[in-house]
Design a protein around this ligand. Structure first.
Ligand code: ADP
Ligand code: MG
Length: 177
């Protein structure tokens, strides 16, 4: 299955590993492999791409955000749906709650949010692979690697070729390639 991969869903509670305390909160998405058949076959590791978050203007997480792209459209309910687009790094691994047989997906959004955004709908466009999963002897090495992953993602996504080509009214992302 070629890049890009797409998945979406509400942001759910993660494993409570304290990612936030490390300065690297990861927004977890439910993995439903019937909608994302590719997820069973890709290597565990770190990926990068774009995240579209449906953050209403008055959401506490939206107060200090500078969005790179915002689309507004009438939703079926008659209100407004606004998707803000951010670069992201993503870890694909195995869910410890399911004895490491079911995939997990966690996304660190490369943006400083004013508040949490559990329950918010997130769409992902996964454009590339950074590295395979690694075991770490200590927390410091882990954090250093993650910070490096963030930098790789930022610089990759800043290149014109990685820019999202279009953002549809429903927040659907497409590539420029
Ligand atoms: P959990 O175990 O519930 O996933 P985390 O410590 O990983 O807890 O924190 C994740 C939560 O932090 C996300 O669900 C989201 O609501 C919030 N959050 C705030 N800023 C970010 C960010 N930049 N990237 C991802 N999540 C963030
Ligand atoms: Mg998490």
């Amino acid at each position: 299955h070629p890049f890009p991969y797409r998945m979406e869903g509400p942001v759910i509670q993660g494993f409570g590993r304290g990612s936030k305390e490390l300065g690297i909160p990861t927004a977890n998405l439910p993995v439903d492999s019937s909608h994302t058949p590719w997820i069973a076959d890709i290597p565990s590791g770190v990926y990068f791409g774009w995240a579209a978050l449906r953050l209403p203007k008055d959401h506490p997480a939206a107060t200090t955000t500078t969005t790179t792209t915002t689309t507004t459209s009438p939703s079926s309910g008659g209100g407004e749906e606004e998707y803000s687009i951010f670069p992201m790094v993503m870890s694909v691994g195995y869910n410890p709650f399911y004895k490491n047989t079911v995939r997990s997906a966690e996304v660190h959004v490369l943006h400083a949010f004013a508040a949490d955004f559990y329950g918010v709908h997130m769409r992902l466009l996964i454009t590339g692979f950074i590295r395979e999963e690694k075991d770490y002897a200590g927390l410091e090495a882990l954090i250093a690697d993650i910070n490096f992953d963030c930098e790789v993602a930022r610089q990759s996504l800043a290149r014109p070729a990685w820019k999202p080509k279009q953002v549809a009214e429903d927040g659907t992302l497409d590539c420029s390639w």
